[in-house]
Design a protein around this ligand. Structure first.
Ligand code: AHR
Length: 512
């Protein structure tokens, strides 16, 4: 017997296959996975807004609606983007929203001090953004300027977009062509206040937050504000502690957190394509840190808010590499199967923390950092990250099924990471959706999923996999990495069995 087990063990090691055991506790499902976990982020940075989203109404061969590319509108509608954060990022704390309304020819220009010192002509402003959100069915998330703008400016912005009639700001909006208010609910009160948002201390920002938030008014029941306090960077737990202690809880709907999977902030971040396994492993280490950060920030929040009334919103996350020479400050990078791994793993972490993580925004939506879409003149491609976000959107607003997972490690040198991550949810029809990501560089995983007696009979699935970890889509080969049907999962007596290839993502749908 012992010999047989040793034989089996060596067979799996040498054939590059490991075993993962998962148990789904469907009977304990109660927490909603807030669809806003699947949010996106668009900043005036590089070619995200200009060229990427907005090409202007005149003088372009690219088909557009009010200046916004039609191919982008279609792709974002298909993706089911629940919310879109704008105009930054760092840019938000330099943005003067009043310069971005009214006739475009009269709009003042500014210098984008954070991103390459380029001239910003303000041709994409509040109306353009909020109309885009309506077109793609996303809730707008406006990031207010607290670093360099006044309390009055931010209070006026709320009034401009939410007051039906009868205020100077609503009159101005109506004069500018929009009769009905947009009812914008989600508002960031500054961004990265510890850094580009003003280099504030946590104590100082907590006071500033209280001041700005006081003058951001709920105008109608349809536009009750959801205010997000500028949150910590990665492991700055003291920031979270101070804000939870010093900001009255009835003034704050959510606290943010930013964490990027980046190798280094001071030295090279490595290329977006053509990276070594050592670099890949480090990126995965950074991605897995999200589990620790979300857990620890949540624990601090629990101390002050045991009823979990305040949400944790990870409103910037994703992979960050050296820019692919797309211009100064542009942060353009290719998107490979490594990014698909970051996305699959991170979304599983967020889903599994749905009791506190109730929103997130991938940075950024087009042509910047871990983009879901890349454009080149009239061409547009969907990245591996787009495909993962699309496969996972079955979890939006579904009920989280608590999961127990025993996964082998992905080992590199003497370092180890958990190879398989997973999350599961039950949708309104009673079907289960299970998402699985195997980050291992070379080993497949034999997965068995115990459904604990639930009498499901049908299983179908989708897979994102490719021959090399650096595989990506290009303008010449836009479908090299694409979603395929997956029929490799077999259901037998309440147990699902499948093989999950190295660096792949699978989403299964299981029905009665
Ligand atoms: O997403 C790029 C930048 O990263 C954002 O502007 C800023 O908030 C963060 O530091």
């Amino acid at each position: 017997m012992k010999k047989y087990l040793i034989f089996l063990f060596s067979l799996s090691v040498f054939s590059g296959i490991s075993q993962t055991k998962i148990t789904l506790n469907t009977d304990l499902a109660k927490t909603k996975i807030n669809k806003h976990i699947y949010g996106h982020f668009a900043e005036h940075l590089g070619r995200c807004i200009y060229e990427g989203i907005y090409v202007g109404e005149g003088n372009t061969k690219i088909p557009n609606t009010a200046g916004v590319r039609n191919d982008i509108i279609t792709a974002l509608k298909d993706l089911k983007v629940p919310n879109l954060r704008w105009p930054g990022g760092c840019f938000a704390d330099a943005y003067q929203w009043k310069d971005g309304i009214g006739p475009k020819a009269n709009r003042p220009k500014m210098v984008n001090v954070w991103w390459g010192g380029v001239t910003e002509d303000n041709s994409f402003g509040t109306h353009d953004f909020l109309d885009l959100c309506e077109r793609i069915g996303a809730e707008p998330y406006l990031a207010g300027n607290v670093g360099s703008g006044t309390v009055q400016d931010l209070s006026d912005w709320v009034s401009y977009v939410n007051q039906p009639t009868g205020s100077p700001m609503s009159d101005l909006r109506i004069k500018n062509g929009r009769k009905e208010p947009w009812n914008v609910k989600i508002w960031g009160v500054g961004n990265e206040a510890w850094g580009c948002g003003g280099n504030m201390t946590a104590d100082y920002y907590a006071n500033i937050y209280r001041q700005y938030a006081t003058f951001m008014k709920d105008i109608t029941p349809e536009s009750k504000l959801y205010k997000v306090a500028s949150g910590a960077s990665s492991d700055d737990f003291a920031w979270t502690e101070t804000l939870m202690k010093n900001i009255p809880h009835n003034m704050m709907s959510a606290l943010a957190l930013h964490h990027y999977s980046v190798l280094s902030w001071v030295e090279t971040k490595g290329p977006s394509v053509g990276f070594s396994e050592a670099t890949y492993f480090k990126t995965m280490q950074e991605a897995w840190k999200m589990e620790e950060f979300v857990t620890k920030h949540s624990t601090i929040m629990d101390k002050y808010d045991p009823e979990k009334k305040i949400d944790l919103i990870v409103d910037e996350w994703g992979g960050w590499y050296d820019t692919d020479a797309d211009g100064k400050g542009a942060l353009y990078q290719q998107n490979t199967m490594r990014d698909a791994m970051i996305a699959g793993l991170t979304l599983n972490i967020f889903n599994n923390h749905a009791d506190r993580v109730r929103g997130a925004n991938l940075a950024q939506i087009v042509n910047v950092l871990q983009a879901v879409i890349l454009t080149k003149e009239e061409k547009m491609i969907l990245t591996p990250t787009y495909h993962v976000m699309k496969m996972y959107n079955v979890h939006q607003d579904a009920t989280l099924v608590p999961i127990h997972i025993e996964s082998p490690s992905y080992q590199f040198g003497d370092k180890k990471l958990t190879a398989v991550s997973a999350s599961a949810s039950k949708d309104a029809s009673g079907a289960l959706n299970i998402s699985l990501t195997n980050i291992d560089y070379s080993k497949s995983q034999e997965i068995s999923i115990n459904l604990r007696g639930e009498d499901f009979t049908k299983v179908s699935g989708q897979i994102l996999a490719s021959g090399k970890i650096s595989d990506h889509n290009t303008f010449e080969q836009p479908n090299k990495v694409a979603i395929k049907d997956f029929s490799g999962a077999k259901l037998d007596k309440g147990v699902l069995k499948l093989t999950l290839p190295a660096y792949s993502v699978v989403v299964l749908n299981v029905k009665k």
